[in-house]
Write a protein that binds this ligand. Sequence first.
Ligand code: ATP
Length: 358
Amino acid sequence: MSLLSISSVSKTYGRDARALIDVSLVVPAGARTAIVGPSGSGKTTLLKLIAGFERPDAGRITLEGTVLAGEGVHVPPHKRGIGIVSQDGALFPHLTVGENIGFGLPKRQDGRGKRIAALMAMVELDADMLSRRPHQLSGGQQQRVALARALALEPRLMLLDEPFSALDTGLRDTMRRTVSRILAASGTTSILVTHDQGEALSFADHVAVFREGRLVQAGSPQSLYRCPADRQTALFLGDAVLLDATVTAGQAETVLGSIPVGSTDKASTGTASTALVMLRPEQLRIRWLGLGEADLVKGARARVLDSEFGGGLCRLTVEVGEGPARTVLDLRVSGFDVAAPGETVAIEVVGQGHVLPA
Ligand SMILES: Nc1ncnc2c1ncn2[C@@H]1O[C@H](COP(=O)(O)OP(=O)(O)OP(=O)(O)O)[C@@H](O)[C@H]1O
């Protein structure tokens, strides 16, 4: 069932700053959705329209079937039942942790203290932090307070506006996992806005990719990563190996040999056509041929042009094919398999390739 429905929404600032162009998106109930895209792609604008801080020029936004915006309606932000956690947490600096979390709860409500304690436990904050003020907390703890304050109101929808971006890398990953777990456990439908594709893919069970004000693709993280809509999306979502290919009936002929490709218009026809085939680096099994067993190793041969040691993850630049077919590829290998420039490696492809539109 869909909770939030965005239909043909457009927004232009001033005369010609087109921030969103004809965007339609359905957010399933109970799911964690990530809106991801480069800077200026319209993510924050969409969040503002959902929250009610901005009005769409065209289109409609509904929550549980009720129109929030569009068709002459504009429900004010505080009446939408939507919780927001922003980048800096936006806590009230003069209030304690307990007062911040209980801010929206009725002052004389029975069991108010118990509810605040339960919320603190839910976001994994120690009970003895109750009387601290925000400046006595770490960045991650402040974000937990902000999340607890938003959860206290039992929102129908939770908006998370780059909530992890001010945290340093290690804490960021931990917080992302914690918040994802808390939202899943409480069954809260949520939308995370981020420009970090890794964060989007690992946080959400539904991802929407934006570019230049348009929704480019939406789907599960796995489907987007494996079958991106176009070359730009492929490269935005992660490293990709792109190969020119001739595709006939489910097989692509490339410098790395014949690779099965998923069903697409191009792949299913009996006629050969040229196309660009994408593989993710994890699909390439690379073996160094320095041990005298070269004849036994399967895969296309490639000459190492450059290698960069990086510990667990090293980069290898290789050339495959000759003449007009010569292709230079950037590959990843583990720190135990790095070949030196001038040496030969074998590259074997695992799984299917994905045909990108020309
Ligand atoms: N108040 C405003 N007035 C004029 N133009 C605006 C305004 N707010 C945003 N824009 C423009 O609208 C476009 C989308 O901006 P938006 O902030 O939604 O993008 P974003 O994807 O959230 O970017 P970022 O990741 O940098 O925050 C940009 O070109 C931006 O310059």
